[in-house]
Design a protein around this ligand. Structure first.
Ligand code: PMP
Length: 405
């Protein structure tokens, strides 16, 4: 079939594909444990539910302004002031269908064909594909050996005359690493000096552990927003556990917001009014829901780490934030795709191969589910791989005997 070469070159989203596989297995009654998806199991905050419901029952559901409902933008401005200590104007804010759409629209607004965008490995799978969709070239930079932390010197080496932007996601999907204040301050100053756009994907910024504090990139620039290269992306998906609402936003200089608004106007017109109302409810409601979620996830992280510690040969950087860990499974296989398939087949556990994130030999495990998901999931993985573990296990109500080690 004669289809667009560019569109055909775009990879399928591996996490969404795995989701679908898990759903089909579950539909067949298989007791699958999903350590693949990054999605907390909480209910949406009550304030979000109420304001969504109230918008629906009013029945007046029409188009909204392309760049977002003014009242939601007001709530985002307040959120930015409270959490970033930065006052921004409504013209600096655009609401999109998820942070994902914001990132795509920013890249679409910034890139000319062949422009390069630096992504820091391990990176979120969607960055390189989105860059390619905008005719740009993703340039991965590896972290310092044996760590998940990038070094400015390596980034400097990757910069070329074509470098248009750098994407920083901290805390990081998939590694859970949160970059140091020093690194953020250095990269902000570097980008301002060099005139390179710095996209701060802050979607996990409050899901941080062990007393860490939110880092605001604005703190390290003395430029005003209109002349700064810092663009901040955020949303309600992760911090409020409202993934299905599909609401995210970007804070950027007005000129960029204007272009993004045109792009959005010609593609999706606007974001659903009902869902924007829900997001506004979350942002203006009781904020202790965020801390409750954070504590639950930190507890899951601790349980995951203690399970992994007893896993022969597996090494894991203790996540500083997010709900992901990226343990090194090279003691069992250098092929993370095969390993992930093996675990799904034998143990009915969904994991995401590290290869998708530029980290072959690792598997991304999500601990956004229940404590039981984490403990049972890890027990099954150990049973499938670790010769030092017992060779019998119950998966659902079936007793399974390991006969391959
Ligand atoms: N950035 C990162 C690093 C993510 O992991 C995700 C979601 N998986 C997003 C952005 C997208 O967030 P949203 O659901 O708001 O589109």
């Amino acid at each position: 079939m004669s289809l667009s070469q560019l569109a055909r070159s775009i990879a399928e989203s591996p996490t969404l594909r795995l989701n679908e596989e898990a759903r089909l297995l579950r539909e067949r009654g298989e007791p699958v444990i999903h350590l693949g998806i990054g999605e907390p199991k909480n209910k949406a905050p009550i304030s979000a539910i109420l304001s969504t419901a109230s918008k629906i029952t009013q029945g007046d559901v029409k188009y909204s302004p392309t760049d977002g409902l003014p009242s939601l933008k007001k709530a985002i401005i307040r959120y930015t002031e409270d959490n970033y200590d930065k006052l921004v104007a409504p013209e600096n804010v655009i609401v999109s269908s998820g942070a994902k759409q914001s990132i795509f629209n920013i890249l679409f607004a910034l890139l000319n064909p062949q422009d390069e965008v630096i992504v820091l490995a391990p990176y979120w799978v969607s960055y390189p594909e989105m860059i390619k969709m905008c005719y740009g070239v993703p340039v991965p930079v590896k972290p310092e050996d044996g760590t998940f932390y990038p070094r400015l010197s390596d980034i400097e080496k990757a910069v070329s005359p074509y470098t248009k932007a750098i994407i920083v996601n901290s805390p990081n999907n998939p590694s859970g690493a949160m970059y140091s204040e020093q690194f953020i301050s250095e990269i902000v100053q570097f980008c301002e000096r060099k005139g390179i756009w710095l996209l701060m994907d802050d979607i996990y910024h409050k899901l941080i552990f062990d007393g860490r504090h939110i880092i605001s990139a604005y703190k390290y620039t003395d430029r005003d927003l209109e002349s700064s290269k810092v663009i901040v992306i955020n949303g309600i998906a992760k911090v409020y556990g409202m993934t299905g609402y599909r609401i995210g936003w970007a804070i950027a200089p007005r000129e960029i917001v204007e272009i993004m608004t045109n792009v959005q106007a010609q593609t999706t017109s606007c974001v659903s009014l009902i869902l924007q109302a829900g997001a506004e409810g979350a942002l203006t409601g009781v904020q202790s829901v965020v801390e409750a979620l954070r504590l639950q996830i930190q507890n899951n992280r601790d349980i995951l780490m203690s399970e992994i510690d007893s896993f022969t040969g597996v090494r894991c950087h203790k996540p500083d934030g997010t709900f992901y860990a990226l343990p090194d499974f090279r003691a069992y296989s250098n092929d993370s795709v095969k390993l992930s398939e093996f675990l799904l087949k034998k143990a009915l556990v969904v994991t995401v191969p590290g290869r998708e994130f530029g980290m072959e030999g690792h598997l991304r495990l999500s601990y956004s589910g229940t404590v039981k998901d984490v403990t049972d999931g890890l027990a099954r993985m150990k049973w499938a791989l670790d010769p030092n573990s017992a060779n019998e296990i119950y998966i659902g109500d079936k007793k399974m005997v390991r006969d391959w080690l």
